[in-house]
Design a protein around this ligand. Sequence first.
Ligand SMILES: O=C(O)CCC(=O)C(=O)O
Length: 258
Amino acid sequence: MLLADHDVAQFHELGFVMIEGVFSDGEVRLLRDAFESVSRSDHPANVVEKHTGAIRTAMGLHRRHAVFDRLVRDRRLVEPAVQLIGDQQLYAQQVKVNVKAAEVGEAWQWHYDFATHHHEDGVVLPLALNLHIFLDDVTMDNGPLQFVRGSHLVGAHETFLDTETTSYDLWCVSDEVVQPLADVNGVYTATGAAGSLLIFGDTLLHASPPNTSALDRRIFSLILNPVANASTIDRRHDWQHHREFVPIVASSATSLLL
Ligand SMILES: O=C(O)CCC(=O)C(=O)O
C-alpha cells in the first residue's frame, strides 16, 4: 500500500499523516484478542501504570504472539514506511500496544521519540517512523495523541529525563519549550475510528492526556528504523529496543485474517 502524493506532502509539512479505514473490523478484533492474550501473561514487557497497576504498555509483541509477528510484516505498514524513509532496509525497533485504560490510563508527557532513541540507545539519526493502528475508536476524551504541527522542522529541542511522572522513563520536553511553538503552529489531536493508521516521524513533538472516559484506548505501535541507523548502545531491555537488525520484508498477504 503506497501513500497518495498529498499524504506524503502532509507528512513532510506537518510531521504526521493519518488514514482512516486501513484495517478492517475483523482485523481489529483479531489484534485486540491477541493483545488480551499477551496482556494476561506475567511478562516484564507488560508495564503497568504508576498509580493503579492497570496495564500501560505491552512491548516486544512480535516475539510474543503470531498475529503481531504477521502484523510487523504487513504491507500496509512496511510499504508506506519505505516510501517515507527512502529505499532502505528497515528493522522492527519497537513493537507494542499502548493501552490507556478507561478512567485510569495515565498521560504521556510532551516528548519526541528520537530523544529517547538517541540518549538511551545511541541511534545517530532521527530517521525512524512510528506507525500506529487504532484498536479502539480514539476520541477527545479517551487520551488521544496530540502533535505540535510542523515541530519536526524546528531542530533539536532541549530535553530532560523524566523518571517521576509515570511508570515509564521518558526523555521529555518542558511545557515552556512546547507552549510557544504550539501557540504559533497549532496542535492537532489525532482522533479517529478503530482501524485507522497514523504515521509520525522521530522528531515530532507529541503527548497525550489521561483517559477520563469510560472507553479503553488501545493503540498498536510499530517503530521501524533503517538497519544502517541501528542502535549502538545495549543498555535497555531488548523489548524496549530490539537488537535483531534483520530487514523486514513486506508480506504479500492483503489481510491479517488467514
Ligand atoms: O500512546 C500514547 O498516548 C503515546 C505514545 C507515544 O508517545 C509514542 O508512541 O511515542
